[in-house]
Write a protein that binds this ligand. Structure first.
Ligand code: ATP
Length: 452
């Protein structure tokens, strides 16, 4: 929704990593592809295939581990996607969650008023290829649905446009059942829906997407301190995910960009092939949400501090990460076309083992070795996601794994039966070493832990 302003000259993105290459890799290897593709797809909706769902689940698990499980001051919830319609009146979405849009009277296509430079040519007018635009009108981005069989207007509801509002409406109950004292946080990962006028840049701007959000409730005197804390935490999180430092930056919002209730906001931006763009927002939302829900529900959402004997409405520091955008950024950041000389180019995804869809691939040198190789695969599969591949020459099989980001390949050869060792090949260095089969699990475990 917010308009982006560049604050510094972007470092040039690696020109070899284009969106076309990423989109094609994702479709070819089954990471992400258009939803309803056999019917021609549906704009702004995407399906994650076998590798994509592993990547996305790994990212969500990494986030949940860091933000929820490793902290004793954060708890999680999983709320309904359709919540009480009054929620969106209180949050301001019913009134304000809109983008200005214009229609072309000739071709009937709709565009965001601030993106008309991307509108292209009109193909429905005689004697002109210019669009015939209407005046801008506000278009609410919430997706509407009907609850129950009756067409009664009172049953109109909306799919949540962000995951955070149910955290506010559940605030009092969750704090009590979790026996938490302020400061503490409530986290949630889940689907959000926005009827974006111009979905684009692959999954970057979709109509259905996932968010991983934390609402951290603090005393008014501590809001700056916690804002700084979460800014640092979140940047470190992205670095630990394996992003290169130079592909990330923090961008504070300018005064005129801030939501009317926000005290401060800062985006974590990634250098996409099309520009620096937000993957996560960190916001000081003040007491706007809890105060509004108190006003609209008539339920007191203030907090009574038992030690200070003081009652106050907590301030909220929010961290809001787009799961799909971060997956896309991970793929772009990890992709490399490595020049190995003599015209040999290797496509490789340098994904961190923590998020790589497949952790280890077992490759028997010959189909005759399938039985012991399969047995080894079964042992590894109990611990990690594994691939098994026995077709084609071994070099080609390594390359297939490189292209999907598998950090390690284990080759079972004819010597393996004699010396009880296998060849362990590292994706990034391409180095190979012999490892005793009985040491394989501890060796892999140690390397995964070292990689983070
Ligand atoms: P933008 O300005 O790009 O529309 P926003 O400022 O409206 O984003 P927030 O409401 O702060 O975004 O949402 C938090 C996060 O959710 C964003 O950082 C982004 O990663 C993700 N997100 C928001 N809208 C979309 C979308 N249409 N498709 C995919 N991810 C999205």
């Amino acid at each position: 929704m917010s308009q982006k302003k560049a604050t510094s000259t972007p470092a040039p993105p690696d020109a070899r990593v284009t969106m076309d290459k990423i989109v094609s890799l994702c479709a070819r290897r089954g990471f992400i592809f258009p939803s309803g593709d056999i019917y021609g797809g549906i704009n702004g909706f995407w399906d994650y295939g076998p590798l994509g769902v592993e990547l996305k689940n790994n990212l969500k698990a990494f986030w949940w581990q860091r933000v929820v499980r490793e902290r004793d001051d954060v708890v999680g919830i999983d709320s309904a996607i359709i919540t009480h319609p009054r929620t969106w009146d209180a949050s301001g979405h019913t009134e304000n969650f809109s983008d200005p849009m214009v229609d072309c009277r000739a071709c009937k296509r709709r565009f965001r008023a601030d993106q008309l430079e991307d509108a292209g040519r009109c193909d429905a007018r005689e004697g002109s290829s210019e669009h015939d635009f209407t005046e801008p009108r506000n278009f609410n981005l919430m997706l509407q649905t009907q609850i129950g069989a009756s067409a009664d207007a009172s049953l109109v509801a909306h799919l949540r446009p962000e995951t955070c509002q149910p955290i506010f409406t559940d605030f009092k109950r969750v704090r009590e059942v979790a026996r938490q004292k302020v400061p503490f946080g409530i986290a949630q990962i889940g689907k959000a829906f926005r009827n974006e006028i111009t979905p684009r840049n692959f999954t970057f701007r979709s109509r259905e997407f996932e968010q991983a959000e934390l609402e951290f409730f603090v005393h008014p005197s501590e809001r700056e301190k916690w804002f700084e804390h979460w800014k640092a935490e979140r940047m470190q999180f992205h670095l630990d995910l394996g992003f290169r430092k130079e592909s990330l930056r923090s961008r504070p919002h300018a005064e005129d960009e801030l939501a009317h209730y926000a005290n401060a906001a800062e985006d974590v931006e990634f250098l996409f092939p099309f520009d620096w763009q937000e993957i996560e927002g960190i916001h000081d939302r003040g007491d706007w949400d809890l105060s509004r829900h108190t006003e609209y529900s008539g339920k007191d959402l203030s907090y009574s501090d038992p030690e200070a004997r003081q009652s106050f409405t907590p301030m909220v520091i929010e961290t809001s990460m787009g799961v799909d955008r971060t997956c896309l950024a991970l793929l772009i950041g990890a992709y490399e076309e490595e020049d190995l000389g003599e015209g040999d180019v290797r496509s490789v995804l340098h994904l961190s083992p923590a998020v790589a869809p497949v952790k280890v691939a077992v490759l028997p040198l010959s189909k005759k070795l399938a039985e012991p190789a399969r047995e080894l695969e079964r042992t590894l599969r109990r611990r990690w996601s594994c691939a098994y591949d026995e077709s084609g020459n071994i070099g080609r099989r390594y390359r297939r794994q490189d292209e999907i980001g598998t950090p390690w390949c284990v080759t079972f050869d004819f010597d393996s039966q004699e010396d009880a060792k296998v060849t362990l090949r590292d994706r990034d260095s391409m180095q190979q070493e012999r490892v005793a089969i009985e040491d394989l699990v501890p060796v892999l475990r140690e390397r995964m832990e070292r990689a983070g």
